[in-house]
Structures are given as C-alpha cells and as structure tokens.
Design a binder for this molecule. Sequence first.
Ligand SMILES: C[S@@+](CC[C@H](N)C(=O)[O-])C[C@H]1O[C@@H](n2cnc3c(N)ncnc32)[C@H](O)[C@@H]1O
Length: 305
Amino acid sequence: MEVDLRKANELFHDVESNVYDSKWGIRYDSENALRVKHKFEKLLGGPFPRVDKLLEVGCGTGYVGLNLSLNEGLVGELHACDISQGMVDACARNAEELGVAVEARQAELEELDYPSDEFDIVIGHAVLHHIPDVEKGLSEILRVLKPGGICMLAGEPTVMGDVMGRVARTGTLKAVQVYAGMGGYFGGVKAKLRPQGEGGADDHEIQEFERVVDIHTFWPPSVCRLAKKVGFAQARFEAEELLSSFVGWMTRTVENALSEDNLTFRWRNWSYHTYLRLSVLDEKIYPYVPSSLFYNMLLYLRKGG
Ligand SMILES: C[S@@+](CC[C@H](N)C(=O)[O-])C[C@H]1O[C@@H](n2cnc3c(N)ncnc32)[C@H](O)[C@@H]1O
C-alpha cells in the first residue's frame, strides 16, 4: 500500500504535539537557551551572531527557536513553521508562556510559504530526516535565505548513530520486559509495564507510525554534496552525541515502557542530568573519535552572495 509520507507526518505529529515536551524532556530555561546556542556555535566555529530575521523549519513545540530567543537580544524577528497544525499551536502556546514573540504558521518544508531572499538564518532541529524529498527541502531553504544567509540543521540521525540507537532501544526494552516479568522493583514499587494505548506516544499504532515517518538516516558527506548540487555556496558538517545518545535512548525506553508509578522524580532527574553530563564528555572525546559514529549530524550551509 502506498503511504502518503507528508500526511503521515502531519497526523503523527498532531498526536505527538500533546505529549511531545514531556516525552522528550524538553525544557525552556536559561540552561537550555545556552545549550541550544552552543550547539549552533559548534557549527559556526564562533559566537552566534545577532540575527534580524530567523526562520525555524519543522519547529515542533519550538525547542530550538524559542530557546535561542531566550538569549537576550540574539534574535530580532522569530518565524516558525511546521507541517503539523498541532505542533504550530503548541509552539505558539509555549511562546506565549515564555513571553517570546513568534510568527508561527503551518507550512511544508518542500513548499515554504515565504517570499524569496527573506531570512538571514534558517534553522531546523530533527526535521530533515522526516522530509520525503530532501533535495526539494534544501532548495526551498536556499530560496528563502537572503544572499549570504546561512542555514543550520541539527539533530539529524547519522547511519551509524541510528544503528546504535536501535541496539540501545531493543536491548533495553527486552531487559525491562524480562525484569518486570520476574517481579523486579523499580522506583520503590513493583516494575509494571505501561499498558498499550495509554497516551499518544505509547499507543501501538502510533509507534508503527513513528517508524514510517522517520524516513532517512544520513551519511553526512552525501548531504553536503546534495546541498552543493542544489546551489549552496558552502556546505560542511559536524556531529554530536555518542555516549549521551546511547544512554539517552536507554533511559527514554525505560520511561516509555514502565508505568508512571515507577518513574520517580529522582529517576527523571538522574536520567536528565546523566544525559547532560555525558553530552559534556562527548564533546571532550569528539576530536579523537570518528565523527561518523556520533548519533547526530549538524549541517552548515551558506547561500552565495
Ligand atoms: C522530531 S520533530 C522535531 C521538532 C522540533 N524541531 C524539535 O527539535 O523538538 C519533527 C518535526 O518536523 C515536522 N515535519 C515533518 N515533516 C515536515 C515537513 N514536510 N515540513 C515541515 N515540517 C515537517 C513535524 O511535524 C515535527 O514537528
């Protein structure tokens, strides 16, 4: 059966928008404002410049755009778009709570509803791997960028990173199921598996959907070649998250598999801070380990002019 991947993405993310921030532990605060800024600074190789007009594509609930805007005076006008109206609404709600001005609208990356030569910077996080036609998506970004403008895409799974993520997920799920089956304890009470269908992200059909909408994993040099082919003057990449990603997939699998009663505040705090500590360690080992092993690709593209 032919699947409409754009429609599937829209429906899946509409459902996910209700649980997205809690599922992925997304926070909007000064710590994350700096984390997001540093992510892009690693790619820029220097300080993030003050930007007049910034567009976030595939904004979801606003993780990168809103957190970047929390850095005083960094972003002039923030625009955000997503194929899912549910995500656009969630982003607008988060912006309102944070007191950040955003012009958010529903738009597909492959057909951006913005004039040409409009933005100084286009950013995206974990979006390119959902786009059926990557070449068309990159061409649209090129079109809406001002001459000399830059695009930075982060959080895109590499081929090797994806293999390691799968190993972490399947191994952890098996272990949790066996442990709960043996009557083991977790968080001070008997480990209980979460019933299917409790909350959007845990529903079996939704999980099947997730496999469909995660369309690509990337071999970074090939994406750079493609970006040059569509007309970018410069294309290069970095990578991030090795140990943090492996352990992060394990802890998230535990959280998705076990009942809420098992997931104490102490556990959630531990898993979040372990992820942060391992991210710091990953940065330290980055110069010594092949970048293709890291989970996430960061892409830097510059339009000529
Ligand atoms: C994994 S989420 C990432 C959301 C957010 N950027 C973040 O990092 O939390 C991917 C997002 O891309 C959006 N998306 C998927 N296909 C898209 C398309 N063709 N055009 C625009 N957005 C799309 C989804 O609706 C979803 O919000």
